[in-house]
Design a protein around this ligand. Structure first.
Ligand code: HPA
Length: 295
C-alpha cells in the first residue's frame, strides 16, 4: 500500500511543473495583468473579490489542472484586477484536503499565481479560537503554524524530485514574514481592530474536532484551528513568496463549549464581519504597496 502511494505521487509530480505552465498560459490568455500580490479568500470571506477594479474572472473549471471547489461557500473563481492600486490575483474559494484532493493538487494554484508574477501571498481563513482569550469576530495574525497532516506524511512536497519546483527541503522558520506582520499590526491599530498574533494549526477535517482534540491542540501551542492554509504556505515558501496570514475567528474552539459548531455558523460569522475584514485587508494591501514603493 505504501509502495503504491509512493509511485502514484511520484508519477504525478514529475508532471507538476508542466501543469503549472499550462494553467498559467491559459490564465494569461484571458488577462495580461502581471500581479504582484496573491490573495486567497477563505470560507465566507470571498466577497472582497467583488471589490477588484478592472477585474477579469476565470472559473476554476476553465483553468487546466485546477480541480473544482466542492464547498458551497467557496465561489471557485480566480480573479485578476486591481486592489488599492496594486495588481492582484485573487482566489475566491480554495481547495481542501477534505474534498479528497491530494496536497500537491490543493496547492497547485499557489505555484500558478507565483508563475504569473505574484511575490507576496496574503492568505486568509476562517478559524476556531482555541486560545480562550479569542472571541468570535476577532482577527489573528498567523505567527507560525502546525501542519498536522504534514507531520504524518501529507506534505505537499512529498514525492518531488524536480528542481524546477523549488528547493526540496525548504526551511520554514520565519515562514510568516516579520516585516509583513509588522505592517499588518500598524494597519489594525489604525483601524481599532482586534488583531491577535498566534499559532494556526491545520487539521484535515472535514469533521470539527472533539473536545479532547481541542484541548490537545491547545497543549501543543495552538491559538486557532482550521482546515486550510498551512499547506499553501509551505508551497509559497518553496517558490520564494513572502507570506502573510490572517485568520478570522468565527467560533470558540476551546473544548469547553456547550453549543455545537457547524459550517453554516462559521460562514455566517465570517459574513457578519465582512466590512471590517475588507477594510483590514485593503488597508494591509495599501500598506504593503506603500512600503514596497519606498526607496
Ligand atoms: N475547527 C476547524 N476548522 C474551523 C473551525 C473549527 O472550529 N472554525 C472554522 N474553521
Amino acid at each position: 500500500m505504501l509502495q503504491t502511494f509512493h509511485y502514484v505521487l511520484k508519477g504525478t509530480c514529475t508532471m507538476l511543473y508542466d501543469q503549472v505552465i499550462e494553467a498559467a498560459a491559459a490564465i494569461r490568455a484571458s488577462s495580461n495583468l502581471r500581479p504582484t500580490l496573491a490573495l486567497i479568500l477563505g470560507s465566507g470571506l470571498g466577497d472582497l473579490a467583488n471589490e477588484l477594479e478592472q477585474a477579469v474572472a476565470i472559473a476554476y473549471a476553465d483553468i487546466p489542472h485546477f480541480v473544482h471547489s466542492t464547498v458551497a461557500s467557496h465561489a471557485g473563481r480566480l480573479l485578476l484586477g486591481w486592489l488599492e492600486n496594486m495588481p492582484v490575483v485573487v482566489m475566491q474559494g480554495r481547495f481542501h484536503l477534505y474534498e479528497g484532493y491530494a496536497p500537491h493538487v490543493v496547492t497547485l494554484p499557489v505555484r500558478v499565481m507565483r508563475m504569473l508574477g505574484a511575490e507576496v501571498l496574503l492568505v486568509t481563513n476562517a478559524a476556531g479560537g482555541v486560545n480562550p482569550a479569542y472571541c468570535p469576530g476577532d482577527f489573528m495574525l498567523i505567527r507560525d503554524h502546525i501542519y498536522m497532516p504534514g507531520l504524518a506524511g501529507l506534505s505537499p512536497l512529498v514525492g518531488q524530485d524536480d528542481v524546477r519546483l523549488g528547493e526540496r527541503f525548504p526551511s520554514l522558520t520565519l515562514a510568516y514574514e516579520p516585516q509583513l506582520r509588522a505592517a499588518a499590526r500598524v494597519v489594525a491599530a489604525g483601524q481599532n481592530v482586534t488583531l491577535h498574533e498566534g499559532v494556526y494549526t491545520m487539521v484535515g477535517g472535514s469533521n470539527f474536532e472533539t473536545s479532547a482534540e481541542l484541548k490537545y491542540l491547545r497543549v501543543i501551542g495552538t491559538d486557532a484551528v482550521g482546515m486550510s492554509t498551512a499547506l499553501e504556505v509551505i508551497v509559497a515558501r518553496q517558490v520564494g513568496m513572502r507570506v502573510l496570514g490572517i485568520s478570522l475567528i468565527t467560533n470558540s474552539a476551546t473544548g469547553s463549549e456547550t453549543g455545537e459548531v457547524s459550517h453554516t455558523s462559521v460562514v455566517e460569522a465570517a459574513k457578519a464581519v465582512r466590512t471590517a475584514f475588507s477594510a483590514l485587508i485593503r488597508g494591509i494591501v495599501r500598506e504593503i504597496a506603500n512600503r514596497s514603493s519606498e526607496p
